[in-house]
Design a protein around this ligand. Structure first.
Ligand SMILES: Nc1ncnc2c1ncn2[C@@H]1O[C@H](COP(=O)(O)OP(=O)(O)OP(=O)(O)O)[C@@H](O)[C@H]1O
Ligand SMILES: [Mg+2]
Length: 265
């Protein structure tokens, strides 16, 4: 049964989508079957891993996660194979309306979970990219997930808002998804020459001992350039420190899962 990991942080621009794309490719590169679900109306995970032709085709055909979540299409109908071991459930502009439309729908928080139920056996990992909010789309991701991976940018105020995210996770655990775990916190955009990066890293590790991944994702130009080419950094700059960072993170997640020692909860 595939492990479903929601990548969430209601702070914007902290590296959620970058982590979703590059972790998905890194896990697929280790021979695991991976599904990447784009649950953000911005659609950055979709455009960042697709060729422009494929991206245009998904939009033209209307085969988007919205059509599955709200429109009643089977999720298998919208999936696109974007790499040999990696499938994508793409987001389109139509997802913008979902936050409002879902409110009045039956089982509104559980719709993604229900969609994934029949297909998760086909994957080792299902990664869900979420928008920078704690709205109903993110709630659907948390209810569908086994665990939450939280990217944190190594900048001032990194810890701001973390308590509301952890509070939301606890509420979801209590009311909707008792088994939900914290996969861990991952430090992103780390700049080793910047004293602040080290200070933030130390502070996060002090606040959350045992919950922070050893692997740290460095800030790198290759990383910020790669999405505009529809490539992961593992493809665009395979030897870059950013690629190394995501390969190490994938190895850590795989090792932990296969050791069966549970999550750092
Ligand atoms: N390690 C990194 N090095 C350099 N640039 C990075 C790195 N990680 C992310 N970025 C860049 O920072 C910006 C924000 O990253 P990203 O889109 O992944 O964040 P996000 O949390 O998904 O944002 P949003 O909240 O808007 O969905 C992007 O332009 C991305 O290319
Ligand atoms: Mg994003």
């Amino acid at each position: 049964m595939g492990r479903v990991i929601a990548i969430a942080n209601q702070k914007g621009g902290v590296g959620k989508t970058t982590t979703a794309i590059n972790l998905a490719v890194a896990l697929a590169d280790t021979g695991r079957r991976v599904l990447l679900v784009d649950l953000d109306p911005q659609g950055n995970a979709t455009s960042g891993i697709s060729t422009p032709e494929d991206f245009a085709a998904a939009r033209r055909e209307g085969k988007t996660i919205y059509q599955a979540l709200v429109g009643g299409l089977a999720i298998a109908e919208i999936l696109r194979q974007v790499r040999p071991m990696l499938s994508l459930a793409p987001a389109g502009d139509d997802l913008v309306g979902a936050e409002i439309e879902l409110v009045t729908m039956e089982g509104r928080e559980r719709r993604l979970r229900a969609l994934l139920e029949p297909i998760r056996v086909e994957y080792n990992y299902v990664l869900i990219d979420t928008p920078p909010s704690l709205g109903i789309l993110t709630l659907n991701a948390l209810v569908a997930a086994d665990s939450v991976l939280v990217p944190m940018q190594c900048e001032y105020y990194a810890l701001e808002g973390l308590n509301s995210l952890l509070g939301t996770i606890n509420k979801v655990k209590a009311a909707l998804r008792p088994g939900l775990e914290l996969e861990g916190l991952v430090l992103t955009m780390f700049d080793s020459r910047n004293r602040l990066s080290h200070e933030i890293s130390d502070e996060v590790r002090r606040h959350f001992p045992e919950k922070v991944f050893r692997s740290v994702i460095p800030r790198s130009v290759r990383m910020s350039e790669s999405p505009s080419h529809g490539l992961s950094v593992l493809e665009y700059g395979p030897k870059s420190p950013g690629a190394e960072g995501y390969r190490a993170l994938a190895a850590e997640i795989v090792a932990r899962g296969e050791a069966g020692d549970g999550r750092i909860n």
